[in-house]
Design a protein around this ligand. Structure first.
Ligand SMILES: NC(=O)c1ccc[n+]([C@@H]2O[C@H](COP(=O)([O-])OP(=O)(O)OC[C@H]3O[C@@H](n4cnc5c(N)ncnc54)[C@H](O)[C@@H]3O)[C@@H](O)[C@H]2O)c1
Length: 323
């Protein structure tokens, strides 16, 4: 495997996530080969990437002007541009068959030592890994949107991923200004979705059974968890609050928490109304188009603010902050 900054990286699929991942990796100094897998999407892909780079520039995330980075970018519909990539990340729609077809094309274009990855949110890596020869070089790399501004990055080992592959990507990710986590054994939902969906399930249970309104569940989460979550995470938070009461609390609270395997009725009702959230202004809340647009803008701005704030409080070393 090659050294770090000289690494050419391929991104296949230049939709929402793909274009933001391209911007993130260009900003980190890599040469990028982007493949638009559907015919006729090339111009749109180029526009999307430029937009994402401009957002990086606006957020002061670039060392040089946005246009400088475009000289390190090749966009094509031809998979052969990937031939010299040391890492190729697939970022197409969440569909196993479509991903299988794309990996066949990637494998035909790259060297046999190229590391291959998927940005899937939920498909088990062990399933995707079976589509490529040399499955030990395959893993999941799960970004959060917008990829250039979020510090989150989950690296997921499938059953056959080698330690060498996982460690190489883990090291590389630090140069992307990420705080990578490593999921050592493939499990559905990976780390972050397992954590978040357990919160979603409990919030839905409280609302559905009339214990709290949607607004109050949101308020509680924003003003309680929101005040410590970026700084401490989960286990440090438990240390911080003192561990001694937890056994009693676990004994009394755990048995009453939701463990339903059903889709909650409130969600089924929204699906019957074709509610898609801010996408079509219909969700748990109602939006005008302007309000939905404002939430998107606010999220972009908040991500840039939190990126800067979180950088003042490094993940492991808290002491410089206290001086
Ligand atoms: N959107 C997010 O917040 C997010 C977060 C983490 C992971 N992901 C994952 O990233 C991947 C891409 O998501 P996205 O939000 O960028 O989706 P998107 O719809 O914006 O883009 C998907 C791209 O897939 C391509 N595509 C569509 N059909 C195809 C086909 N049959 N064959 C090959 N390519 C095809 C298109 O070129 C399109 O640009 C998914 O696996 C998703 O689960 C998304």
């Amino acid at each position: 495997m090659t050294g770090i900054k000289d690494t050419s990286i391929g991104i296949v699929g230049v939709g929402l996530m793909g274009s933001s991942i391209v911007a993130s990796l260009l900003a980190a100094g890599h040469r990028i080969k982007a493949v638009a897998p559907l015919a006729g999407e090339l111009d749109l892909a180029a526009v999307r990437i430029k937009e994402q780079l401009l957002l990086c520039e606006k957020g002061a995330l670039l060392a040089k002007p946005a246009h400088f980075y475009l000289s390190s970018l090749t966009i094509s519909e031809d998979y052969n541009v990937l031939h010299d990539c040391s890492l190729v990340v697939e970022c197409i729609i969440e569909d196993v068959e479509a991903k299988e077809a794309v990996f066949k094309k990637i494998v035909a274009a790259v060297g046999k030592d190229a590391v291959l990855a998927s940005n899937t949110s939920a498909i088990p890596i062990s399933i995707l890994q079976a589509f490529v020869p040399g499955p030990e070089r395959f893993l999941g790399i799960h970004w959060a949107e917008p990829a250039f501004a979020t510090r989150f990055l989950e690296i997921i080992c499938g059953e056959k991923t080698s330690d060498q592959t996982a460690n190489w990507v883990f090291e590389l990710a630090h140069l992307w200004r990420k705080e990578p986590t490593l999921l050592r054994k493939d499990i559905r939902g990976f780390i972050t979705n397992r954590l978040m969906y357990s919160v979603y399930r409990e919030a839905l249970t409280l609302v559905e059974n009339g214990y709290a309104t949607i607004e109050d569940a949101d308020k509680a989460f924003r003003y309680d968890a929101g005040s410590w979550i970026t700084l401490m995470g989960i286990f440090r938070r438990m240390d911080f609050t003192g561990l001694q009461d937890f056994p009693v609390i676990f004994n009394t609270l755990f048995p009453g928490l939701s463990n339903t395997g059903e889709v909650p009725a409130v969600v089924r009702k929204l699906m019957d109304q074709d509610a898609r959230g801010t996408l079509n202004c219909k969700g748990f809340y109602r939006y005008t188009e302007e309000e939905a647009g404002n939430w998107n803008k606010a999220f972009e701005a908040f991500n840039q603010d939190i990126y800067r704030l979180a950088a003042l409080y490094p993940a492991e070393v808290i002491s410089p902050v206290l001086k």
